[in-house]
Design a protein around this ligand. Structure first.
Ligand SMILES: Nc1ccn([C@@H]2O[C@H](COP(=O)(O)OP(=O)(O)OP(=O)(O)O)[C@@H](O)[C@H]2O)c(=O)n1
Ligand SMILES: C[C@](O)(CO)[C@H](O)COP(=O)(O)O
Length: 230
């Protein structure tokens, strides 16, 4: 069984809008609904769990009705950090899946609306082979690393640097076991959490257009990228 956890429980503080960014409109539809739609359209056809800010739960049905959004999914409340929100999504999967080792679970940012079904399917296929599959793109800029003291910096081979995207997709048991660790709350992505538990991460070529909406200018870029698709 395939599952998708779409994390949309953040506040979007860097975006600076009163409405959390994942509910802002992109081409007339809330950003997070684009991501949900892409998973629904994928051949992997996962059961979709959307993690929302708890305060948003009572309004969600009305938002779906307003936008005639009929894609099947369930919703759960998120936590203070992305880590906590993924855990909420995993708890929902655990309550309905008897054997997690037979499942594949993708985690995707609700703030990445331009993901396509083809890239989603690539991660499910690879995770079913190697247990993990995280989208990543190579750095196109030169890279320097700061020393631990922060006082020096040195050139680093950019060929060795990959920028992580989502979805990040895993065998369900691997992901659930990794998220039981108490010392991984600071991890910024799922690959980090899984790696901390000692599992290897398989990188899958990502897409430069699969941007995360973080700052206001990202929304303008997303509009342009979306119109170029048509
Ligand atoms: N407590 C949280 C924090 C983040 N996220 C989700 O994780 C994704 C990536 O996080 P980010 O882009 O950093 O979103 P925010 O945390 O909302 O943004 P900011 O850091 O600017 O406040 C987003 O889809 C966001 O909604 C979440 O589900 N629960
Ligand atoms: C998961 C992620 O999108 C991979 O690039 C990213 O790490 C999220 O980080 P943020 O600090 O929540 O923006």
């Amino acid at each position: 069984m395939n599952y998708a956890i779409i994390v949309a429980g953040g506040t979007g503080s860097r975006m600076g809008t009163a409405t959390p960014k994942q509910f802002l409109l992109l081409d007339g539809l809330p950003i997070v609904m684009h991501a949900i739609q892409a998973f629904h359209s994928s051949q992997s056809s996962p059961e979709i769990i959307v993690v929302l800010p708890p305060a948003m739960l009572p309004e969600w049905d009305q938002l779906c009705t307003k936008h005639r959004f009929l894609v099947p999914h369930s919703v759960v409340g998120g936590g203070v950090s992305r880590f906590d929100s993924v855990k909420s999504g995993l708890a929902a999967i655990k309550s309905r899946c008897l054997d997690l080792s037979c499942s594949i679970v993708a985690v995707h940012d609700g703030a990445r609306p331009l993901i396509t079904p083809a890239f989603i399917d690539k991660t499910y296929e690879q995770a079913s082979i190697s247990g993990s599959a995280a989208l990543a793109i190579p750095s196109v800029n030169s890279v320097r690393l700061k020393s631990l003291s922060g006082l020096k910096n040195n050139a680093y081979r950019r060929e060795n640097v990959y920028l992580m995207q989502t979805p990040q997709t895993f065998n369900g048991l691997i992901l659930a076991t990794a998220y039981e660790q108490g010392n991984a709350e600071q991890s910024t992505d799922d690959a980090c959490v899984v790696e901390k538990k000692g599992y290897p991460i398989t990188l899958v070529d990502g897409d430069t257009r699969n941007i995360k909406i973080t700052f206001p200018e990202d929304l303008h870029l997303a509009e342009i990228l979306l119109s170029a698709r048509r």
